[in-house]
Design a binder for this molecule. Structure first.
Ligand code: ZN
Length: 608
């Protein structure tokens, strides 16, 4: 099983041993176990996804042996085991249950095998710095006969896409290259001389050559933004096409993505970029940008995989990345400037409709990601702000502010390149005020104007630590763009377009989902008329003014009323009938669209 020429002292072997039962079998050999008894542990979270997931719960059985003798294992806590002392090579065997079709864990059935190292590889405590090898074996079932291996792990004998031996510099490296094993489709392309693979598993009829063409532009743009050479020798996009799903997770030389198969372009579409395809390209662009911003330009946290690691900086690592994901698409010409400005207006609209932005700063949102952003409940919209969306707006506002205060001499691009050179390339972690200080220093260098620096500091302090709205009316005007607010014309109105207001629309301030008995409330906005009348998440509304209602006719029924009208709503809270008397209100002025006043100025901003 292990090649005798393997010089690594820590060697892993993984095999999809029971695809129908969703089990991987892992063998771990340790040449020099700790003399006092080796400890082994599995991470409780995966970097990039800031939530405790306790992957060790999926270990079904674990045994240890040395020279053919079974050794006792003592479990010390939810994720750590201690083996009795032994001399000679220690061998650990364990089974892992893998039935989580997300980019964060492991999944195995007769159609494919996928794992992140954080879900399957025990860390050898105190030997995490050692190089380690990994042998990947195929499943012994007929559907697996054409399976191949897709991963950015360095090979140590395995052929490209082949089973066999791979190599990692250390445990951190081992767990930062997810592995997809399937009869996947694959297209290769080069960006700035670096080989890239786009691997696609799942049922689809995607136009792979087009994906390769479009991704080449995105990748080359980002490599050139930070400066060649790219920080990896090879890059792999691992993608699953599914009916419903969306998500991505960044790694140092790859990303795992899950998308709707209908979002992928098909051959009939010519060069049109559908909304779904724009979403997918934005996701690819986002995760690729993370290769620099967060995978190498890193926050000052210990990356202790046993517990939460708090940072106030996710607004920068996720927000700046979110700003650049769509910006890259417009700069590459994959979407038009008007499509980009619509996207920006929709992002501002999302934040405007989020009462939680008045309570929580993005620094607080970042710090509490583990317990708030990743554990959102029905009140999240009233309680928290997203460090993704508000963070993206801060990055946009920062870029515009730097350009304005420096009269065009300084841009966020320049700051990102500096961050890359002084933090990413050196491995120096980014501390809480690093980015603010860097922006201030560069602005002072450009302008020699202390007043401008003071203005920048006030702006950043409010944006990151405050809860006031960013003033996009003033921010966008110097770039030839006018900012407009209007009322939403329907519950489906996401903003971004100019629309005639619908006459006297009313808005309860609730979201509903279909329920067999009526319309079930999923959330109630603070200070809305629904809130004032006592409507609550979980209530099932059944009648409006004594006429039956449901989720699909609620909006049409409300169109027959005007702000100020009094209505009676009946609904069930658990099994108790409730009656709500509501004075209807009009919609908030929370929907944004942008218009171009000076095309030259817009092009000057979005063109570089
Ligand atoms: Zn991200």
């Amino acid at each position: 099983m292990f090649a005798s020429d393997d010089t690594c002292q820590v060697r892993y072997h993984i095999k999809p041993s029971d695809p129908y039962g969703h089990l991987f079998h892992v063998t771990l050999q340790i040449d020099q176990p700790a003399s006092t008894g080796q400890q082994l542990r599995l991470p409780s979270w995966i970097p990039g996804s800031y939530m405790i997931r306790d992957f060790a719960k999926n270990i079904l059985s674990i045994q240890a042996q040395c020279a053919g003798q079974a050794l006792s294992l003592t479990q010390l806590d939810k994720q750590t085991w201690q083996v009795e002392p032994c001399t000679g090579c220690l061998e650990i065997h364990y089974d892992i249950y893998a039935w989580d079709l997300s980019v964060r864990a492991a999944h195995l059935d007769q159609t494919h095998a996928y794992f992140n190292g954080t879900s399957v590889f025990l860390e050898v405590v105190d030997q995490a710095d050692q190089p380690c090898s990994l042998i990947i074996s195929n499943a012994d079932i007929a559907p697996a006969k054409d399976w191949k291996v897709g991963t950015s792990l360095a090979t140590a004998g395995a052929e490209l896409y082949g089973f066999g031996r791979y190599l990692a510099d250390n445990y951190q490296d081992l767990i930062d290259h997810p592995v997809e094993i399937a009869d996947f489709d694959c297209i290769q392309f080069e960006a700035c001389g670096i080989p890239h693979d786009f691997i696609l598993t799942g049922r689809h009829n995607a136009d792979l050559p087009r994906l390769a063409r479009d991704l080449t532009r995105i990748c080359e743009h980002q490599i050139n933004l930070f400066g060649q050479p790219a920080p990896f020798q090879r890059y792999v996009f691992i993608t699953w096409a599914v009916g419903e799903g969306y998500g991505g997770l960044e790694h140092r030389a790859s990303t795992s993505l899950i998308c709707k198969r209908d979002d992928l372009p098909c051959i009939n579409e010519a060069d049109k970029v559908s909304d779904g395809y724009q979403t997918f390209l934005g996701l690819c662009s986002h995760e690729y940008f993370h290769s620099w911003n967060v995978k190498r330009i890193q926050p000052d946290i210990p990356y202790d995989l046993r517990q939460e690691n708090h940072t106030p900086l996710l607004w920068a690592f996720e927000g700046i990345t979110s700003y650049y994901d769509d910006l890259t698409l417009v700069r590459c010409g994959l979407i038009s400037q008007s499509a980009y400005l619509k996207q920006v207006a929709q992002t501002i609209t999302r934040v405007q409709r989020n009462p939680g932005r008045m309570l929580q700063s993005t620094a607080q949102s970042s710090f509490n990601a583990w317990t708030k952003f990743y554990k959102q409940d029905e009140n999240a919209i009233n309680a928290i702000v997203s460090y993704y969306t508000k963070g993206a707006l801060i990055a946009l506002a920062l870029d515009l502010t730097l350009r304005t205060l420096s009269k065009g001499a300084l841009t966020l691009d320049r700051v990102m390149v500096d961050l890359w050179q002084h933090y990413g390339q050196t491995g120096e972690p980014v501390a809480e005020y690093t980015i603010q200080n860097l922006c201030a220093d560069k602005l002072l260098q450009c302008t020699q104007d202390q007043h401008a620096v003071t203005e920048l500091n006030i702006f950043l302090d409010n944006a990151i630590y405050g809860t006031e709205d960013l003033d996009f009316y003033d921010l966008l005007q110097p770039f030839g763009i006018e900012f407009h607010l209007r009322e939403a014309i329907s519950m489906a109105d996401l903003g971004g377009d100019e629309k005639e207001p619908s006459a006297q629309r009313v808005d309860l301030g609730i979201s509903v989902t279909p329920d067999p008995s009526g319309a079930k409330i999923t959330r109630v906005l603070s200070h809305s008329c629904g809130h004032q009348a006592g409507l609550s998440a979980g209530d099932v509304l059944i009648a409006l003014d004594n006429i039956q209602l449901n989720a699909s006719n609620l909006e049409a029924r409300l169109r027959r009323y005007q702000p100020g009208d009094q209505v009676l709503i009946h609904g069930f809270r658990r099994d108790e009938l409730m009656q709500f008397s509501i004075t209807l209100a009009g919609p908030n002025l929370d929907t944004v669209y942008l218009t171009v006043k000076d095309q030259d100025k817009v092009s000057a901003w979005l063109g570089n």
